[in-house]
Design a protein around this ligand. Structure first.
Ligand SMILES: [Zn+2]
Length: 503
């Protein structure tokens, strides 16, 4: 059997198979059940929402010899021969002005249907009829014979003369919702054994913009070869922006990762992505994120910042028509936003990489952690553990050393963990005193306290960095220009700021 495109194969043949137009279907079925059939219907709505399919189903039901609950039986002669019935007449007003067809229609309309109960005229894209054809049609609609039924379909109802509209029972078809389309596509994928995950279905929905015909043809074209559809394929074939890549972009902005942000936008530009399409795609997703923010479905984005980016991108979109360097403007918009975000962001943890300039504004805590990691070894840890029992007996100000355990050590640095952040800070504020104690016991080293929770995070990060080949290199601590209280004050200030940052 010849390959039938999905759109044709899954064209609804019953009311129950029509996707996403429940109200219309219900109303039509009720009118059939209650025998309140109209002689002229007008189906209006966006393309691919099922107008013509519904018209055909309606025509089939109307002529069925054994209607059951407003649905065609599918078994009677009329149902079986429906596709070749001489009494179902389709006119495509888009192909010509329709004058000829309407004239013919007028000449033949008085003739009784040859095999069915009704002659059904389905006029597609009715708004394309010339004014002559409209006039001819109007005359017919004014006094239609009992056996004639008109179903007019249009995407542009405002172009249909009011005189025609007033004679029709009007049905407004809606864009198919994501939910309806998704479940329909999933069903088809299952039947056709097409490998297609939820993310892909979501992208197909976005691409089709609620048009089932488009959605099915996308599914068709991309699954033909290997029976599966992937996000990458869709990205390549349709220049789409996926939620995944938007999340990646937003993440890079949130963490003030300039390099990554520039990289992502450059990739789009280098792949020949149409800039307006890109902006449109990004805005669509950001809108969704903004809505989710307001609905408290997600809490990892800041509504106002998202809104700001949308407004900026909107400007970019307008610029895109006259500007060749839109990608640069997009980049700038994001980078600008990043500055604002990064000021309040405390999450960024930059580690010195090889051949890269070391960040100058690292906090003392970060430097000490980094330095410990740079040459941590088991011997040093064993050593501090051995002397720690003795150290714990010492009294320092308001600090109880029993609250701390050495967790990592190098020859120069020791990291202690405590149950919580406030205890860790207490050690940091008294770092010099702690250092004196361990030095007396034979281990001259810089100390730093962190919470157990933070240690878990750092350990994870350490392992990850090791896998990536990122090295921790020793960083000199900020120079102490003076001795005594001034240094203490300075150090305390750094730690104080850390307290704020951590909490
Ligand atoms: Zn039937």
């Amino acid at each position: 059997m010849a390959y039938k495109v999905l759109y044709r194969k899954y064209r609804p043949s019953t009311f129950s198979e029509i996707v996403g137009q429940e109200v219309i279907v219900k109303t039509l079925q009720n009118s059939i059940i209650n025998d309140k059939i109209s002689h002229a219907y007008l189906f209006t709505g966006p393309r691919g929402t099922g107008k013509t399919s519904t018209a055909k189903v309606l025509a089939k039901v109307l002529n069925c010899q054994n209607i059951k609950n407003g649905e065609a039986c599918g078994k009677c002669d009329s149902c079986k021969n429906f596709n070749s019935s001489p009494d179902i007449l389709e006119i495509d007003a888009a192909s010509n002005n329709g004058v000829e067809e309407i004239r013919e229609l007028r000449n033949n309309i008085s003739l009784a249907p040859s095999v069915s109960k009704y002659k059904v005229y389905i006029i597609d894209e009715v708004h394309m009829l010339s004014s002559g054809a409209f006039n001819a049609l109007l005359k017919t609609l004014e006094e239609p014979p009992e056996h004639a039924i008109f179903i007019l379909a249009t995407t542009e109802v405002y172009k249909v003369p009011i005189t025609i509209l007033s004679r029709c029972q009007r049905f407004d078809f809606k864009k198919i919702t994501e939910e309806d389309m998704s479940s329909h596509l999933k069903e088809i994928c299952k039947k056709e054994k097409i490998d297609c995950n939820d993310d892909v279905i979501k992208e197909i929905y976005n691409l089709s913009d609620g048009c089932m015909r488009d959605a099915l043809s996308i599914l068709d074209q991309n699954s033909k070869l290997d029976g599966k559809v992937t996000i990458d394929e869709l990205e390549n074939n349709y220049e789409i922006v996926t939620r995944k890549s938007i999340d990646e972009l937003l993440d890079s902005i949130k963490t003030a990762n300039v390099k990554k942000t520039v990289e992502i936008i450059d990739t789009y530009a280098n792949n020949g992505m149409n800039s307006q399409k890109l902006i449109k795609g990004i805005i669509r997703y950001l809108n969704q994120i903004a809505v989710d923010c307001k609905l408290h479905k997600i809490n990892n984005y800041d509504f106002n910042k998202i809104k700001k980016i949308i407004m900026k991108l909107n400007d970019c979109y307008i610029d895109a028509r006259i500007n060749d360097n839109v990608f640069d403007i997009i980049k700038l918009s994001f980078l600008e936003e990043m500055d604002e975000i990064s000021v309040s962001s405390s999450e960024e943890k930059v580690l010195p990489k090889e051949n890269e300039e070391k960040p100058k504004d690292k906090s003392l805590i970060d430097i000490r952690i980094n330095n410990c990691f740079s040459s941590a070894n088991k011997e040093s840890l064993t050593k501090i553990k051995e002397i720690w029992d003795e150290a714990k007996k010492q009294r320092i100000n308001n600090i109880n050393l029993s609250d701390y355990s050495p967790i990592a050590a190098s020859d120069t640095n020791i990291i202690f963990t405590s149950e919580d952040e406030s205890l860790a800070n207490l050690m940091n504020v008294n770092a010099t005193s702690v250092e004196k104690v361990v030095k007396k016991l034979g281990f001259p080293a810089k100390v730093v306290g962190i919470s157990s929770k933070k240690w878990d995070e750092l350990k994870k990060e350490f392992i990850l960095n090791k896998q990536k080949g990122i090295k921790y290199e020793y960083i000199e601590e900020p120079k102490k220009t003076d001795k005594g209280n001034k240094i203490k004050e300075e150090v305390n200030q750094i730690f104080e700021s850390e307290i704020v940052e951590i909490s």
